[in-house]
Design a protein around this ligand. Structure first.
Ligand code: BES
Ligand code: ZN
Length: 849
C-alpha cells in the first residue's frame, strides 16, 4: 500500500542515473517474519552525469545498518527511499535491512506462498527487498548467497558453492533489479537438458511442490521446443549453464522471466490430460515460450524506462505468437489472437482507459501491463514485418541484437534499426506507438473497363487527452476473387498513408469480390459492411483462412444485431452458410470449430454501442440463447454425426489435430444439449477421461440447468487439486443464467475453499462473474455490488490484483442510465474506502473519467 499522494511520472522527464553499478552482492538470511538482507553494492559516479543526487529506492524496509566504504552512516529517509551524500570516486555501499515475507500479501517483493519463499520484482518490487536504484536502466552483475534451512534455494544465474544451510549463485550477465529472483522451499524437480547450437549443455529444471512432479513433462517439452525455435528462427542461443522454472500457487500474473529463474503461476506450467484442458496446454506452451524468449528480448536487451515496456512485451508476445503458429496451426492462432485483441484491446482502446502503446505518463506502472501494451504492441511488430517484408525484418532483428545487446533501449532505438536496415522513414509509423485509439477503416469500390479501384478512408476517434488524430500508415492486405470463386489477385499489401487513398487493379475481365484486411493485417475496425451474399461467398471461397472466418463471423454478427435490435428471427442465410461449412468433411475440423464459435456478449455490446445503440445485456444474452437453440434445431443431424465422428480414439495428446477434433465434437455436444436436456452431456461427463471432455460436459450440463449432481461429483473427484477446483468455481459462475450468476458467485465466496488471498481463486470467482456479462450487469446491480465488496476487501491485501480487476467497470458508459448510476455509485464507494491503494485509486479515477 502506498500512503503518500501518488506521483505522475512523465516520459519527457527521463534522466539517466548518475552512477554505474559495477557489482551487487546480496546475502539473504531467511526467516518467515524477519528475513535479513545484506547488500554490498559497488557504485561509480558517471563523469558526465547531470547532478549527483544519490537516491536509492526502498519501501517497507526495516533499516539495520548502512555503510559507505566501511563507515557507518545515517541516510536521509525521503519519500520512497533514502538519500545519501555520495563520494566523487567509486565507493562501496553496504546495508542490512529486515523484511517480513510472511506478512507480504501483495505478492510483490519477497513473499511466502504455501511455505516457500519466492519473489516478484517486476516492475518495482525489488525496492521492497533492499535499498537499490530500482530502475531498468541500471544494470549490474549479481552474486547471491542464501542462508536458510530450505532444501532447495535458488537464485539467478549459475550455481556456485552450496552446502547445508546455504547456497550461492552468480549471474554474470548485467541485469536490472526487476529481473532478480530468489526461491527457497521444499521443492521437487523435473530435470532435463538441452544442447545449444554451439554445443553447450544446459541443465533444465522445473521445480514444483511435492505431489506435482507428474505435471511437469509437457512444460519441459515446451521449454526445449522454445530453445530450439529461438536458435532456428532468431539465431538466439541460451547463455547460462542452467535454466530453472519454478511453479508457485500465489502469483499475481501468469509468469515472470527472471534471468535463468523463471517463476510461474502454477496454473501456467503444471499440466496433465486429466486436469488440464486443451486450451490450458496451448496456453502453457505459449507462456513458457514467452518467458524463455524474454531472455533476449527483455533481459539481454532491456527497457530504458517503463514507458518502453512494449519494447520487450510487444516484441515477445509477437515472438511467442510466431512460435505457436509454427508449432500448431498458423490460421487458428491468428484467429484466436484477433478474437482476444478485439475482446480486450479494442474494448480498452474505446473506453476511459485508452492509452498509447507507449504512454507519455503513468501513476502506477503495474496498471500499464495492459492489452494495449501487450497485444497492440505485438500487432505493431506484425505490421512492421508486413511492411518491410520477411528478409528485411530478419536483418533488422539481427541489427537490433548486435547493436543493443547489453543495453537498456527505447522505441526510438527499435525503429532506428528498421530504418537503418531498410532505408525506410518510419516517422509516420511511430504514430502507432504514440497515439491511442483504434482506427476505423472504410472502403468503396468502382469497376470500369477492366480496372478495379478500391478507395479507403481512415479516421481514429478521440481518446482521453488526445482529441485529434493524424492518419496512420496502414498495411492493408488485399486479394481479389472472380465471381466464380477463383482468386484473380493473390494477397498484396496496400500501404495506406493518407486519410483517403485509392488503389487500382488492371486487366480484370469481371468485377471481382475483394477480400480486405487479410490475416488481419492491421489492428483496425473495418466499418464497411457488405451484404449477406458476399459474406457467404467469401466464407465458401476465400483463400485467406482469416477472412473466411471473418466472413462467417460477420454473418453471425449481422444476424445477432438484427435479432437484438429488431427482434428478427435467426437469419436463414447465416444458418445455411454455416451448415454447409460444418457438414463438409473436407474442411479442417479446427476451422469448423472456430466457425461455430459465437461472438461474445461483450463484443455485441461494443458493436451496438458503436452503432449508436444502448446495449441491453439481458437482450444480448437472450438473442444468443435463441440463436443457439435455432442452430441446434437446424443442425441436429449434423451435430449428432459430428459428435460421434470426431471422438478421439488415440491416447490423449494435447496437439493441434486432437484438440481440433475435441473442440468440434464438444461444440456438437453443446448443441445437442440444447435439444436432449443433457442426456448426451451426462454420458460424456460420466465417461470422460480427460479434462477437455469433462469440463465441456459439465459446462453444458450447468447451462442446461441439469448440472447439480455433476457439479457435486466433480468437486468430490477433484477437491485435492487446487487448479481443478479453480475451474470448478468458475464453470458454475460462467454458465449460470443472468438472474442467478451473482447469487452463485456470492454463495461460492462463502465456500470453505474460497479465499481472497489466492489470486487464482479470486479470479476464478469474481473474475468469472465479470465474464458473464448478463449476470454481472444484472439490472438489480447485485453483480456490481458483489464485485465492489470484494475489491474493497482485497485492496488492502493485494492492490495489484484489485486494480487489475477494476477494468470490469471500464465499459460502464455504454450502458443505460440506471446501470450507469449503479456502477457510478459502486465506483465512488470503492474510491471512498479509507486507505485505498494508489493502484486502485488510479484505476477508479481513470474509469470515472
Ligand atoms: N514480464 C511479464 C510478467 C509481469 C507482468 C511482471 C506484470 C510484472 C508485472 C511476463 O513476461 C508476462 O508478460 N507474462 C504474461 C503472460 C504472457 C504470455 C503474455 C502474464 O503474466 O500474463
Ligand atoms: Zn512478457
Amino acid at each position: 500500500m502506498k500512503d503518500a499522494a501518488p506521483q505522475t511520472v512523465y516520459l519527457e522527464d527521463y534522466t539517466p542515473f548518475g552512477f554505474t553499478v559495477e557489482k551487487v552482492d546480496l546475502t539473504f538470511r531467511l526467516a518467515p517474519s524477519a528475513t535479513r538482507v545484506r547488500s554490498k553494492i559497488r557504485f561509480a559516479p558517471k563523469p558526465d552525469a547531470p547532478g549527483r543526487r544519490f537516491f536509492l529506492h526502498g519501501e517497507d524496509l526495516k533499516p539495520i545498518s548502512t555503510r559507505i566504504d566501511g563507515t557507518e552512516i545515517t541516510p536521509r529517509h525521503v519519500e520512497g527511499g533514502i538519500e545519501l551524500n555520495a563520494p566523487d570516486t567509486p565507493f562501496t555501499f553496504e546495508a542490512e535491512v529486515e523484511i517480513d515475507p510472511a506478512a507480504n500479501t501483495a505478492l510483490e517483493g519477497l513473499y511466502m506462498s504455501g511455505g516457500m519463499y519466492c519473489t516478484q520484482c517486476e516492475a518495482e518490487g525489488f525496492r521492497k527487498i533492499t535499498w537499490y536504484p530500482d530502475r531498468p536502466d541500471v544494470m549490474a552483475p549479481f552474486s547471491v548467497r542464501i542462508e536458510g534451512d530450505m532444501p532447495v534455494m535458488l537464485s539467478n544465474g549459475n550455481p556456485g558453492a552450496s552446502g547445508p544451510g546455504f547456497a550461492e549463485w552468480h549471474d554474470p550477465w548485467p541485469k536490472p533489479a526487476y529481473l532478480f529472483a530468489l526461491v527457497a522451499g521444499d521443492l521437487r524437480n523435473h530435470p532435463d537438458s538441452f544442447t545449444t547450437m554451439s554445443g553447450k549443455t544446459v541443465d533444465l529444471n522445473i521445480w514444483v511442490r511435492p505431489g506435482d512432479e507428474g505435471k511437469c513433462a509437457f512444460g519441459m517439452e515446451a521449454l526445449k521446443k522454445s530453445m530450439a525455435w529461438d536458435e532456428k528462427v532468431y539465431g538466439r542461443e541460451y547463455d547460462l549453464d542452467v535454466f530453472n522454472i519454478v511453479a508457485v500457487d500465489d502469483f499475481n500474473m501468469g509468469a515472470m522471466e527472471n534471468k535463468g529463474l523463471n517463476i510461474f503461476n502454477s496454473s501456467c506450467v503444471l499440466a496433465s490430460p486429466e486436469t488440464s484442458t486443451d486450451a490450458n496446454f496451448e496456453r502453457i506452451e505459449a507462456i513458457i515460450a514467452h518467458e524463455y524468449f524474454h531472455n533476449w528480448t527483455g533481459n539481454r536487451i532491456t527497457c530504458r524506462d517503463w514507458f518502453q515496456l512494449c519494447l520487450k512485451e510487444g516484441l515477445t508476445v509477437f515472438r511467442d505468437a510466431e512460435f505457436t503458429a509454427d508449432m500448431r496451426s498458423a490460421p487458428v492462432k491468428r484467429i484466436e489472437d484477433v478474437i482476444a485483441l478485439r475482446a480486450r484491446q479494442f474494448r480498452e482502446d474505446n473506453g476511459p482507459l485508452a492509452h498509447p502503446v507507449r504512454p507519455q505518463s503513468f501513476v502506477e506502472i503495474n496498471n500499464f501491463y495492459t492489452a494495449t501494451v501487450y497485444e497492440k504492441g505485438a500487432e505493431l511488430i506484425g505490421m512492421l514485418k508486413t511492411l518491410v517484408g520477411d528478409d528485411a525484418y530478419a536483418r533488422a532483428l539481427d541489427l537490433y541484437f548486435t547493436r543493443h545487446d547489453g543495453d537498456a533501449a527505447t522505441i526510438e532505438d527499435w525503429l532506428k534499426v528498421f530504418e537503418d536496415a531498410t532505408g525506410r522513414d518510419l516517422t509516420q509509423f511511430k504514430r502507432w506507438y504514440d497515439e491511442a485509439g483504434t482506427p476505423r477503416l472504410s472502403w468503396s469500390e468502382a469497376f470500369e473497363d477492366g480496372t478495379y479501384t478500391l478507395t479507403f478512408r481512415q479516421h481514429t476517434p478521440p481518446t482521453p487527452g488526445q482529441p485529434d488524430k493524424a492518419p496512420r500508415v496502414i498495411p492493408i492486405a488485399v486479394g481479389l476473387l472472380n465471381p466464380n470463386g477463383d482468386e484473380v489477385q493473390p494477397t498484396t499489401v496496400l500501404e495506406m498513408t493518407e486519410p483517403e487513398q485509392s488503389f487500382t487493379f488492371d486487366g480484370l475481365s469481371a468485377k471481382p469480390v475483394p477480400s480486405i484486411l487479410r490475416d488481419f493485417s492491421a489492428p483496425v475496425i473495418l466499418e464497411t459492411r457488405t451484404d449477406t451474399a458476399t459474406r457467404a461467398f467469401l466464407l465458401a471461397h476465400d483463400t485467406d483462412p482469416f477472412n473466411r472466418w471473418q466472413a462467417g463471423r460477420d454473418l453471425a454478427l449481422d444476424c445477432l444485431l438484427a435479432m437484438i435490435r429488431d427482434g428478427a428471427a435467426p437469419d436463414t442465410a447465416y444458418l445455411d452458410a454455416l451448415h454447409t461449412l460444418i457438414r463438409d468433411d473436407t474442411q479442417d475440423p479446427a476451422f469448423r470449430a472456430l466457425a461455430l464459435g459465437l461472438p461474445s456478449q461483450d463484443e455485441l455490446a461494443q458493436l451496438l454501442h458503436d452503432h449508436g445503440h444502448t446495449p441491453d445485456p439481458q437482450a444480448i444474452w437472450e438473442a444468443l440463447e435463441t440463436l443457439k437453440q435455432a442452430r441446434a434445431e437446424a443442425f441436429h443431424d449434423t451435430a449428432t454425426r459430428l459428435h460421434a465422428q470426431y471422438q478421439v480414439e488415440a491416447p490423449y495428446a494435447p496437439d493441434a489435430a486432437q484438440s481440433a477434433a475435441r473442440s468440434l465434437a464438444n461444440a456438437a455436444m453443446a448443441m445437442l444439449t440444447q435439444l436432449d436436456g443433457g442426456a448426451l452431456a451426462q454420458k460424456q461427463f460420466d465417461s470422460a477421461d480427460n479434462m477437455t471432455r469433462q469440463l465441456a460436459a459439465l459446462s453444458a450440463l450447468i447451462s442446461a440447468g441439469r448440472g447439480d449432481e455433476a457439479t457435486r461429483r466433480f468437486y468430490d473427484q477433484w477437491k485435492h487439486d487446487r487448479l481443478v477446483i479453480d475451474k470448478w468455481f468458475s464453470v458454475q459462475i460462467a454458465n449460470a443464467t443472468p438472474d442467478t450468476a451473482a447469487d452463485t458467485a456470492k454463495a461460492l465466496t462463502r465456500h470453505p475453499d474460497f479465499t481472497i488471498r489466492n489470486p487464482n481463486r479470486f479470479r476464478a470467482t469474481l473474475g468469472a462473474l465479470t465474464m458473464n456479462p448478463a449476470g454481472f450487469h444484472h439490472a438489480s446491480g447485485k453483480g456490481y455490488a458483489l464485485l465492489a465488496d470484494h475489491l474493497i476487501a482485497l485492496d488492502p491485501l493485494n492492490p495489484q490484483t484489485t486494480a487489475r480487476m477494476c477494468t470490469a467497470f471500464e465499459t460502464w458508459r455504454r450502458y443505460d442510465s440506471d446501470r450507469q448510476a449503479l456502477i457510478e455509485a459502486e465506483l465512488h464507494r470503492i474510491l471512498a474506502t479509507p486507505g485505498l491503494s494508489g493502484d486502485t485509486t488510479e484505476m477508479i479515477t481513470r474509469i470515472l473519467g
